[in-house]
Design a protein around this ligand. Structure first.
Ligand code: ATP
Ligand code: MG
Length: 392
């Protein structure tokens, strides 16, 4: 009975780990959480986390728990093969700890585990206790599963974070480049004027030509950067927007879950339209992320898709509505939200909606907003459903 009670305890801890992990964003906090869990199952008093550098072939101490005077700069040169061999790993680590630590007296209890996720070696965790209790084989298996599971989940989460960071990078790049181009064009104009007024001297002219050429080159470079951050800018394809929308919602599903945001989504049958899908994706993600960020305490995200006829505009539109029950926008800010660098957020770049504006214009569409402070905000993204014109 005791045995199965223990098993259930272990399983419930594994479950707790899996469900808590998705809410922790730094590896430091994750490892702290893991340490506490492992401590519950196995009587460990301290843990040391090492990161593995493939290039330098060494482990470096990242952080530790349950220890006070440990040296932070601890480095252990070990080959990959030695880390994967549990005997060699333990010998290697113990050998190093013996010389460097006041830990040496508890060395007999120290056991080390490689952290492997998605086939990659990430590092090593070493645990031990001050009661000189050795860890049983069963417990060892459990710890190594927990360590590797954690690393997998963390990696997956980090790749999602990186994806959104990349999105921001793209935003920055194209907007900053855009800013750079303007003064360049001005300089070019002035040079041209100067050239006209400055009557003689061939040499001068040549010089100016050269400067002009340089500027030309710079301009080309700027264009390249824009294309780099937005490779398929002008390529259009006939797309079912419903699928694009679904893909965007899938990408933020995890954010919705962790923030306790209910998703309500409905659509009417609409024809496929010509769009640049990457561009539309960027629009949707920016608007949806804004909606999510407006609801830190949870709420409801309503997304819908329907045909739309704008009173003062001719032609059919396809309207995507993204509505939240979040903080809302102050009436005096409403005119400014699409301005470059306008933000009310601590970590905001204020470029999201500026980018949205640029892409929607290129599609010949428009965005409208309704918002009530404290109640919520609705964004309407209108895309022309026929005769799509694209401007740069
Ligand atoms: N759904 C929304 N609810 C409340 N405020 C919003 C909403 N969408 C946009 N805003 C307001 O508009 C501002 C500008 O939004 P924008 O997306 O351009 O930049 P940001 O979100 O602040 O920064 P970034 O998108 O770079 O993270 C926001 O800071 C916020 O004040
Ligand atoms: Mg934003």
């Amino acid at each position: 009975f005791d045995q199965s009670k223990k098993k259930i305890g272990e399983l419930s801890i594994l479950y707790e780990i899996a469900s808590t992990l998705s809410t922790l964003e730094s590896f430091e906090r994750i490892s702290d959480f893991i340490y506490k869990q492992v401590k519950k199952i196995v009587g460990v008093d301290f843990a040391l986390w090492f990161g593995w550098s493939e290039k330098e072939k060494k482990l470096s101490l990242n952080f530790y728990q349950g220890l006070e005077n440990t040296r932070r700069d601890l480095q252990i040169p070990l080959e990959r093969q030695e880390i994967l061999d549990s005997d060699k790993l333990n010998t290697g680590i113990k050998g190093k700890l013996k010389g460097d630590f006041d830990l040496s007296q508890y060395l007999d209890s120290v056991t080390s585990f490689p952290i492997i996720a998605e086939g990659m070696l990430h590092g090593v965790v070493s645990v031990g206790n001050r009661k000189h209790k050795s860890i049983s084989e069963d417990q060892k298996t459990l710890i190594s599963i927990i360590a590797s599971q954690t690393a997998s989940l963390y990696e997956r989460q980090r790749s999602i974070l990186n994806a959104s960071r990349l999105l921001t990078m793209g935003k920055m790049m194209s907007e900053i480049t855009h800013d750079l181009k303007k003064p360049l064009t001005n300089i070019k104009g002035i040079l041209q004027l100067l050239k006209e007024k400055w009557s003689d001297a061939e040499a001068k002219e040549k010089f100016f030509d050269m400067v002009e050429q340089e500027i030309f080159r710079l301009n080309g470079l700027a264009k390249e950067i824009v294309n780099f951050s937005n490779p398929n800018k002008y390529e259009l394809e006939k797309k079912d927007i419903r699928l694009t929308l679904q893909r965007a919602l899938n990408l933020v599903k995890r954010d919705l879950d962790t923030r306790k945001i209910n998703l309500k989504w409905g659509y009417q049958e609409v024809p496929p339209i010509f769009v640049n899908e990457n561009g539309i994706m960027e629009i949707l993600l920016n608007v949806i992320l804004n909606a999510i960020e407006a609801m830190p305490e949870g709420g409801e995200l309503r997304v819908s898709l329907k045909p739309h006829q704008e009173p003062k505009k001719k032609g059919q539109y396809l309207q995507i509505c993204i509505a939240d029950t979040g903080c809302g926008i102050a009436p005096e800010d409403l005119d400014r939200i699409s301005d470059r660098y306008f933000t009310t957020k601590k970590d905001g770049t204020g470029l999201g909606l500026a980018v949205v504006e640029r892409i929607i214009k290129a599609h010949g569409g428009f965005v409208s907003v309704e918002s009530e402070l404290g109640k919520g905000t609705s964004f309407f993204v209108n895309l022309p459903a026929e005769e799509l014109r694209v401007e740069s």
